[in-house]
Ligand binder design. Structure first.
Ligand code: EPU
Length: 445
């Protein structure tokens, strides 16, 4: 396994491009199951979670071809479905596999999907997915850790979600596209990735209105067909936001290209209040911080509120603010696993249920850290970039699930960061440009 070694304390400068959005790519790849035939999807990020999705589709009987030189274009053939099943060994690695339930039921009339169970950030049940699909006529039985679903006739229905679940809305939306009649999803999630999924479904012939609002209406159609043109997945707002925070935490100036700027307002507003200059120009975002970091309280909320997927990164930033801030996590019950690791780097954080009180310190110190989930890992990388000395981040595989070419992108911004095998000991670390070329005795970053 690899680890990340970071030599912190250097302001980041330059341009970085946002990749395709993980949380749009996963449901869009799975949504191809709804329409038999050949699909072409562009801007698919090269991530472990994308590989998991393609291998799940392969297990179902739908081969894919990844364009040589990376997975920015994927071709998928969903002509035949051999097994309508998402087995435990796939779902346990990627809980988003549960979005196969709606498409498989709509396409095959039956599906067997492993229950995802809890994860590092919370219990994460799927009761709302099942409730919505039941309203459309599906019947479920749970046995042996699996949800077995059947449906003879999908029919449109009014569905009231108890909370605006993102993948739950996606599952129901996908099934509703092939239902007989009109479906209305009330209290639907409004995340931009759902808007992207709806656009993709529409390109395959679905009739959908209201995506991006809390009421989505779907007129079911008898069949969908592959989109006529390659579909381009939206850019990743969380990845883009993470690079902006990298600029902010190091007191640098970063431009993120291809950013989905319209979906990032809550983060921009918080960054401005924290003392950063943030401006946009088309799909570019420029961030600069010259002055001190001011403490800013945030509370996570469904879109368009402050995204829970940026909460951990925000905590790293606030660890260095001049004063005390409060972070309230309202979406997941256990999403502060990064706090203890940040404290090992010198952050002063008190946790009280879903609230973290962060008292800014003058400096963080590098340490060996590890994280239990993707965004927690991102937060530790950010802390490492700002910290004095060395940080080694173990369990790098979390980052590979959600950040495409993270090391190269950070290096492009001037960060001293390197990926090395776990057993390589990296000690005195000159900056890459200071190291003697070809000096084998030193592992420079
Ligand atoms: N919930 C239920 N019942 C349900 C569904 C959800 O109680 O049937 C609860 C969850 O336990 C949670 C809350 O509702 O407390 C919201 O969960 P949601 O279902 O919206 O989350 P998700 O769909 O499982 C997606 C993203 C997450 C992101 C959340 C919130 C994907 C593949 N995942 O998860 O992304 O944090 O929405 O925005 O889209 C990440 O990228 O790091 C990540 C975790």
């Amino acid at each position: 396994m690899d680890k990340l070694v970071i030599h912190g304390g250097r302001p980041l400068h330059g341009h970085v491009a946002a990749s395709g959005a993980k949380n749009a790519a996963l449901p869009i790849l799975i949504a191809t199951l709804l329409a038999p035939g050949e699909h072409r999807i562009d801007n698919v990020p090269e991530l472990v979670d994308v590989s998991f999705s393609l291998s799940l589709l392969g297990r179902i009987g739908c081969p894919s071809l990844v364009h040589p030189g990376g997975v920015s274009r994927v071709r998928l053939d969903t002509t035949r479905i051999a097994f309508s099943e998402a087995p435990y060994d796939v779902v346990r690695k990627m809980r988003a596999s549960v979005v196969a339930l709606g498409p498989l039921l709509a396409r095959c009339g039956h599906a067997r999907v492993s229950l995802p169970g809890g994860c590092a950030i919370g219990v994460r049940p799927i009761d709302q997915h099942l409730k919505g699909l039941e309203a459309l006529g599906c019947e479920f039985e749970l046995s042996g850790g699996y949800v077995n679903g059947r449906v003879d006739h999908l029919r449109g229905a009014e569905i009231h979600l108890d909370m605006p679940t993102v993948t739950g809305t996606e599952n129901i939306l996908m099934a509703a596209t092939l239902a007989d009649g009109v479906s209305v999803i009330h209290n639907a999630a409004r995340e931009p990735e759902i808007v992207d999924l709806a656009r993709f479904l529409r390109a395959m012939g679905a009739r959908i209105r209201g995506e991006g609002t809390s009421t989505i209406e779907v007129d079911g159609v008898p069949a969908l067909r592959p989109a006529r043109r390659p579909y381009r997945i939206m850019s990743d707002r969380i990845e883009a936001g993470t690079y902006l925070v990298a600029g902010a935490i190091t007191g640098g100036a970063v431009t993120v290209e291809h950013a989905p700027v319209d979906s990032m307002e809550a983060l921009f507003a918080s960054l401005r209040r924290a003392g950063c200059e943030v401006s946009t120009d088309g799909d570019r975002v420029h961030l600069r911080r010259d002055g001190p970091l001011r403490p800013v309280d945030i509370e996570t909320a469904p879109h368009p509120g402050f995204p829970t997927d940026m909460q951990a990164q925000w905590m790293a930033l606030m660890s260095l603010a001049e004063g005390e801030s409060t972070i309230r996590e309202t979406i997941f019950e256990n999403r502060f696993m990064h706090a203890a690791e940040l404290m090992r780097m010198g952050a002063r954080i008190e946790l009280d249920g879903g609230t973290a009180r962060v008292r800014g310190v003058q400096a963080l110190q590098g340490a060996t850290v590890m994280a239990t989930d993707l965004r927690a890992s991102a937060s530790l990388v950010l802390a490492g970039l700002a910290a004095q000395g060395h940080t080694e981040m173990l369990r790098l595989y979390h980052l590979d699930r959600g950040y495409e070419r993270l090391v190269e992108k950070l290096q492009g911004l001037g960060a001293r960061v390197r990926r090395v095998p776990d057993d390589v000991r990296v000690t005195a670390l000159p900056a890459a440009e200071d190291a003697a070329p070809g000096d084998p005795g030193r592992a420079a970053i």
